[in-house]
Write a protein that binds this ligand. Sequence first.
Ligand code: LLP
Length: 413
Amino acid sequence: PEEAAVDEAGVLHLGGVSVTELAERFGTPLYVYDEAGLRRQIRRFVDGLSARWPNSEVLFASKSFPAVGMYQLAAEEGLSVDIAGGGELQLALAAGVSPAKLHFHGNAKSDAELRMALEAGIDTIIVDNDDELDRLERLLERPQKLLLRVIPGVEAKTHASQATGGDDSKFGLPMDQALAAIERMRAHPLMEFEGVHLHIGSQILDVEQFGEAVEKISTAGEFPMYDVGGGLGVKYTYADDAPSVDAYLDAIVSAAREHLPADARIMIEPGRSIVARAGVTLYRVTTVKHTGRTFVAVDGGLADQMDAALTGQRFEALLAERVLEPWTESVQLVGRQCESGDLIVDGATLPAAKVGDLAVVGTTGAYGYTLANNYNGALKPAVVFVQDGSARVVARRETYEDLLRTHAPAIEG
Ligand code: LLP
């Protein structure tokens, strides 16, 4: 996080609040976000894009961190919001985001979700396929803005599960079918076809790939709007190198100047690159075990930090109250779930850890809370925002009561 500091005693402070206080007040595991850092990162996207291409819009890909407090913050900072389902729609509306700021994505939207979105009066639906057009034909009662998701045929250089723009993607339509779908929308009196959408994948570190995507999407034709998705990669480990927001925007806008109509509206949908680096996860060390290796086990794991197992994402960890001590050991920082893949950091360099130490894992602001689950009956952690020496709860920790309410049979009354 941008607002992180270490005091003389070697204790990490986030947004001016010590990790000791955070753990005591809110418990662990705990997702902690630097609120000022989040806002500054949003401004880099909003100001950077509007300076380069004034007719533009930045959407927050809310799947990366769908907490009501984050929807509120995004709306306050002037972002529009990408929602991908009835649940994210409900969360965004509960946060008070204006429906006029909502863009609805998804490759398998149901009638019920489309009806809910239409009733709410959302701005744009990103149509994925012909079945969705059938549904809209049945459901539309007034004019509705639509974009069409196309497959650009750009194989993103990222983990296979994060590449979405290649020819065999389940998202969107290939160019020939897209053209037919566009004709169909143009012929319908209530379908206001505005343009095309693409998203080539996530955690992409080569910004030239975004320029390539813009070039590919221009082959679909000339439209008022082009949404080029999200996907900018971020720095996770000391060894990583990630492009700046400016380098990313330069790549998109210079390709747009070359390939898109000068009066087109350009939209981008960053998720990870807005929230990842503003968030960390705090854990309490519960076990230290020396077998062939040293295992430092914490009170969370795969249930709150899926990405290490899902995408092989590598993270860095610190002992959060002993930051200034020499890092003398290389350990397996593991979680408590019953999976061998529940390895948070493979080879974390730390001082000799003890039971009761606080461990902090960095760059966990994106897709951690999103993918949190109840594996082994784990309770989803709380989320707090820190700023200027104070902390506020944005999502409360689940309780055993919540768990029982969801997983016990409903009592028929
Ligand atoms: N737009 C669309 C249509 C998307 O599907 C996504 C992400 C984004 C924007 C935002 O992409 P971002 O800027 O966050 O890279 N579960 C994976 C990540 C899945 C990304 C899904 N789509 C992970 O945890 O790494």
